[in-house]
Structures are given as C-alpha cells and as structure tokens.
Design a protein around this ligand. Sequence first.
Ligand code: MIG
Length: 700
Amino acid sequence: MALILGSSMGYALADQSYMTDNGVAVFYPSGYDAAQHEPSPIFVNELKSVGDVSTEWNLRPEFSTSDGKSIVRIPVGEGVDFYGNGEVAGPLRRNGKEVRFWNTDAPKYEADEGRRLYQSHPWVMGVRPDGTAFGVIADNTWKSSVTMDEDIVFESEGPAFRVVVIEKESPDEVLKALTDLTGHIEMPPLWALGYQQCRWSYFPDTRVKEIADSLRINKIPSDVIWMDIDYMDKFKIFTFDKEKFPDPKGLNDYLHDRNFKAVYMIDPGVKVEEGYRVDDQGTAADYWVKDASGKPYVGEVWPGPCHFPDFTRPEVREWWGTLYKDYMATGIDGVWNDMNEPAIFNVETSTMPEDNRHLGGGGLAPGSHLRYHNVYGYNMVKASRDGILDANPYKRPFVLTRSNFLGGHRYAATWTGDNASDPALMKMSIPMTLNLGLSGQPFNGPDIGGFFDDCTPELLAQWTSMGVYFPFVRNHSAAGTRSQEPWTFGAETLDVCRTAINRRYRLLPYIYTRFREAYEDGMPVMRPLFFADVKDPSLRREQEAFLLGGDLMVVPRWAGNTARPSGNWNKIVLEDTPDDGFQANLYQRPGSIIPVAELSQNTTEYNTDKLTLFVNLDPDGKATGRIYEDAGESFEFRDGEYADYIATASTHGNEVTVKLTQNGGKWKKAPKSLRVGFVTTNGIEYTPWSIGDTVVFKKM
Ligand code: MIG
C-alpha cells in the first residue's frame, strides 16, 4: 500500500478498488467495515465489481484518519469548477466552499452561516476547462463535511467510508452515471407540475374554499391547495380538528369538483398521549427512537412532547405506511412531510442527541443517531411513499419532503425550506435549485414570494415571473406574515402573476417532457446555463440566467448583464400581452422545437390537441423537439399507454417542413391542430392553424 505524506498525517491510497461500470470506480479504505455503512441508502443496487481500475485512472482518493475523524482527500488539479453538494446556500460554483452534512432546520439559511441546511448530498461534481467532468460520492451517512479547493476533502465523524468516482466526457454524462447509481425519479403526477397555493395555514375549511374560489375567480391557473399543520387536532398527525375541519372528505370533494388537488402535512413527531391511536400503537409495538439509556426518546415539537418513529426499522416503515390508508381515503391527493431532520424545539442543537439509538434491521446494523440522523427524513419519506402507494395503488404518489439524503429523490420531491421575502434569497433560489438538480434531485423549488417576513408587490411579481420556470412552483408564506396570494397585492401584481402562471401552463407540453427525460435518464429539469456550451468558460458562473430543459433559456427580468451562449438563441414570446416589465425573457436554442399548448386553467382541463410549435432553425436549416404525453396520474404509461412524438424541421430552398411523428407509445390520438411559430432574430412569424402532422411554410 502506498503511503503519501500530508502535512501532519499519513494518507494512504485505497486498500481495494474496482470498476462498477464504464467510467465508474469504487475505492475502499483499509479497515473498511461494511456494517457501518451498508446497505447504502444512496444506491439502487449494491455496488458490484465488473473489473479492475486501470493504471491510467486519474482521480484516486487518499484515505487518512485524524482526531478520530475519517478523512478522504481527492487531488483534482487546477482549473476545476465545482458544483453539486445538494441543497446549498450560496453561489452555483462551489469552489472554496464548505458544506456540512448534518440535516438542520435552518430558518433563513442562517445555521453555521449557511453551511448546513435541511438535506445532505455528499456529492461533488467537477467540470474541467476542456468540458470533461467527474463526480465524487462519499458513501457515508455519518455527520461529515466537504470542502472543495485544489483537493476535494471529506471529513467524517464516523468510521472510514468508501468513495465512488465517476469520470466522463461531459457533465451530462456524469449526471447520467450518477443517476444510474442513485436511481431516477418516478414520473410525477401531471398536477404536481401546476401552480400551487400554500400558506401556514389556511384554516378553517371555509378559508380553504375561499382560496380555491379566489384562484378561479381571478383566473389564476392552479392545481393544488396545501393544508399546513393547523388542520390537525392539537397537531396530532393523522387527525383532523373537529371544529376547523369537521368534514375533510367534504372539503376534498369541494376542491376536486373545482379541479384542485389537496396536499396535507404530516410531521414525524407523534404526540405523547394515552388514548391517541398513533401514539398507543407505536408504544405498544415499541417503535420509537430510543435515548442512550434505551428508553423511548421524547422531544418537543408542535404537539408538545413527542415520540419519534425509528424509520431505520423495516417494520416501523411498514406500520407508518399503513397509517396513510384511512387518511388518503378522505380524498387527500398528496402528502407534505415536514420537520424530518428531525427538528426538535427548545434544544441547543435543534435535533435529537447524537447518542440516541436506532435499531436498524433488514441488513442495517443498529446504530447511533450520529450515523442515522442524515437519513431520518429519507427513511421517513420512503415509508410515506410506500404507504401512499398501498393506499392508492393506481395513482402516482406525490410526497414533498423538507429533509432528505442523496438518493432520496426516488421517494419525494423537495423544496428549499424556510427562505424569506428578501430579494437576495429570491436570487439565491436559482443556484439552490440548480445544485439540487446537479445532485440528482430534479424536482424542487423554493417558497415563491418568500416564507418569513412580509412580501411586497414588487417582490412577488419578480419572484413569480421567474419561479414559474422552476420544476416545482408553489407560493408559500409563514404564519404572522402578510397574505401572499397574488390578488392581495392589487390589480397590477395580480396581472403580472397571472401572465407568468399562464405561461407555465402553456409550456406544460415542454415541461412534462422534461420530467419524462428526468425519469428516463436522470437529466435535471432546470440546468445551469453552462450546459448550453460546456466548453465556454464565460458560462460557468452564470447563476441568474438558467436553462429549463436543454432548449429554453430563462433570463429573469431583474437580472443584470447575464452571460449568453453563442449562436442564435432567439427570443420567444408566449402571449401577446403588453410588456408589464416583469416577465422573464425567454430564448430558444437554435436547432430546437418547443411545443406550447393553448391556455388551460388547470391540468385537468389541459390538453395538447392544439399545439404551437416554436421552431428555431440551426444554421443548417434544421430543428428537432420531443413531446411526451400520457394520462397524467395513473401508471398505465408503464404498459405503453402514452404517445411520444418527435418533431422535426427541415429546409429545402426557402421552404421549411415541420413534421410531427409518433415515435413511441400505444396511444392513438386524433390528429392535432398545429401551427408553427417560426422564431428568428426579427421576431416570430406564425403559420395559420392546420389539422394533421405536417406544416409547410415559406421563409420570408
Ligand atoms: O416550525 O408547519 O418549513 O414550510 O409552513 C415550522 C409550519 C414548521 C416549517 C416548514 C414550513 C411550514 C411550517 N413548518
């Protein structure tokens, strides 16, 4: 074994290593104890050797220990731009930054100056000047941290851990390799891509109805209303307050009749109370996390003193899942798992003691909270998803979680926690969402308008105008702040928000297809601008302009002078409304076709019978695009019940032919009504509408 001398400690190369795939190598430290790390929550399948690491392999982790900490250093050389790290506060490019992996309730991202947030993704992606890229996974759930400079350095308070290194030709390929290991998201229900209205909290039920009615009266396209903690009886999970929510089924029916879905919050803390079904069951079966002395740990959260399910145990996850059966039967469509770091009130650390005990099972060894803290939320949402799926086997589950871990995107979408109505935090939501996408979690977004503090008309207009191009689009605000629904700021702000949300709904054919791509190959829905041209160094730090999918560049109106990829990224405009000074500028990639639907007020009404195809030709007079569609909420797409089209444009002389060809799926749809929006540097020329699969037009 080679010994390399660091300044004060010895570093050793891997004791053992192997390839698991083309360009994917795994390195083990000496003394590696699998029982302390495996089965890993990160990987879909346990890592398996397919051969030796070649002597040419460049990135080699070096292992060491110091002061009881396990350390891995990966020398990467100069000129690398770092990304990823999961949910992070701060810039897109991570060079010189430190991230601490210890899931934390972090209001306004202030804990440890933003170094630790609600989730942990021990993952770094590096992009070299020539556009080649690599990624590093620390397969470690224990409390740890990472820094990125000339070296990547992981430091853990747990035992020595293995490291996976991905080496590829491009960031795209690195992300595909990452998500081959960690899995892809499931197809979300289409409604979860619509606009969502939330507040801590809408109550009583008459207030919920009023919000739903106001959305419709004000013609704000929308799909989801959210129920925060106040719907519960004394914050007891899986209960409803008898006075404020006497008839949850009736309320959910009311919402469904108006084409809304209802998402309700479930926290992990179970109120300690004899006679309360959930607490009684968990106590009888001894399902709670234990303190160091072996007694059920009790921590304070909303309901007062609470027990906490030990989600490392398969039988506890199973039981937790069963609790959703009657609950979902009231017509609940989706579940919001909050506070699952887990957050605990009135303690310095804002979480459980590190020496609390988890039992594990199913191959997982018993262990301390120091080991299992970072996967508390992960195991909770895994259990929630399974339970919801059992309750509604024919519907795609929707779970939103605050806490999670690398790999947890398989179970839940996420949002970026408690931000504030602050322009700086609005701007930061772009790199946050981008880095989560670059860590394998494509389905995420911030609280639009900001959670803490009072929003202003201008901020809501700005935030909504850019937020509608994020993967997850939800307006949410804290108790005690001013109302934040678009209509509460006057007619002008309402108009701006409506226009922006209209654009979201018109873009749904394009956005839903991006989610299909994320499901197929793990590519993020929202991408940093440098994905447009990975060899162009001027794009690497751009964090105001961003890409939605590969073909649409979004430049928020408040943005300064943003970087621009070369080529004719021409402007598209989705509606002929007068310029309100807030809408983001949209630019289309040369060589692409972007499908746009007619306006709908919700995803139940949404359809693709009438499509505008925006065509921006490349210098060869060609363009392509894709449109994926299915029933939106069921699993029948798995049996081929969908239609997948490719759109192509080709030029002969000054005649351009645009053709839609079904390329997959058993669905036979009636011919669509089509028109082409021919996108040029001088604006957009529309053809007339025609029915069929081909549109021919003459270039001006
Ligand atoms: O202690 O349920 O991040 O979105 O509105 C606060 C109330 C608990 C924190 C979540 C926030 C939610 C709030 N919750």
